[in-house]
Design a binder for this molecule. Structure first.
Ligand code: GDD
Ligand code: MN
Length: 238
């Protein structure tokens, strides 16, 4: 069967990052020779991200760049769900649009998936050469803490639970989404917990997460609270 990779880029105020990330994705995907499309899910960014996306679509073509905007900021979890609905590939790649995830890892994900027929491949910052660059102590502590607590309580069998640079078989991702209760950022963590529960196979590729240069993170105190709530819920129910 012919494989096609739908790369989902959720954006909120990423006007400075979008042209570079798209250029890099196209460079690495064209070099690797895999068939792909890029789906931009912008939530009505006031900074003009959608105008940039439209200009990029004109440059690279409507079959490569697909625009599926939403009216207002509705959260990261539902942005993925929205994007998947429009994906024509049998594989889905999920990544951040702010250059924290380097597109050069996508072909590595694909090769590992093909070698072992994994249901999903997850980028990991916590194994081998993986790491985080540019985060302050507090942010590192939050990420490490969230991973540590989840490992302790749920034993998920994957090393990076809160990361969001992943490759999924599309039908597997759909099944996981149907089983997930959380929205927003916690989504990433719940997905990998559910994957383990449903006996899906998980491959891991070490990645370096580089903190954004342009724009700002949308993760705040309320997301940390949401995460803790979801973790306890999963602990109690799984
Ligand atoms: N469409 C849409 N709607 N996109 C969004 C929204 C939203 O409500 N919120 C965030 N995004 C987009 C951003 O524009 C970016 O491309 C990506 O989602 C990640 O958002 P950031 O705000 O940059 O996240 P972060 O860097 O703080 O957090 C990263 O690390 C976390 C923990 O390791 C992300 O990878 C998270 O997914 C991850 O959980
Ligand atoms: Mn970011």
């Amino acid at each position: 069967m012919h494989n096609k990779y739908s790369i989902l880029l959720p954006t909120y105020n990423e006007v400075q990052n979008l042209p570079i990330i798209i250029w890099l994705i196209i460079k690495y995907m064209d070099e690797s020779g895999f068939d792909y499309e890029i789906i931009v899910i912008d939530d009505g960014s006031p900074d003009g991200t959608q105008d940039a996306a439209l200009a990029l679509q004109k440059i690279y073509g409507e079959s490569k760049i697909i625009l599926r905007p939403r009216e207002k900021k509705l959260g990261l979890g539902t942005a993925y769900i929205h994007g998947i609905k429009h994906a024509t590939g049998n594989f889905i790649v999920i990544m951040d649009a702010d250059l924290s995830h380097h597109p050069k890892a996508i072909p590595q994900f694909i090769e590992l998936q093909q070698k072992n027929n994994y249901d999903l491949v997850s980028g990991t910052r916590y194994v081998g050469d993986g790491g985080v660059y540019g985060w302050d102590f507090k942010r590192k502590l939050v990420s490490r803490g969230a991973n540590f607590l989840t490992q302790l309580l749920l034993r998920p069998g994957a090393s990076d639970l809160t990361g969001s640079f992943r490759l999924y078989k599309k039908d597997v991702l759909q099944k996981l989404i149907d089983n997930c209760v959380s929205k927003g950022y916690v989504f990433q963590m719940e997905m990998i917990i559910r994957a383990r529960q449903l006996n899906y196979t998980i491959g891991e590729v070490p990645i370096t997460f580089v903190d954004r240069v342009y724009g700002e993170s949308k993760l705040g105190g309320s997301e940390i609270f949401q995460f803790a709530k979801a973790l306890l819920y999963l602990f109690a129910t799984t």
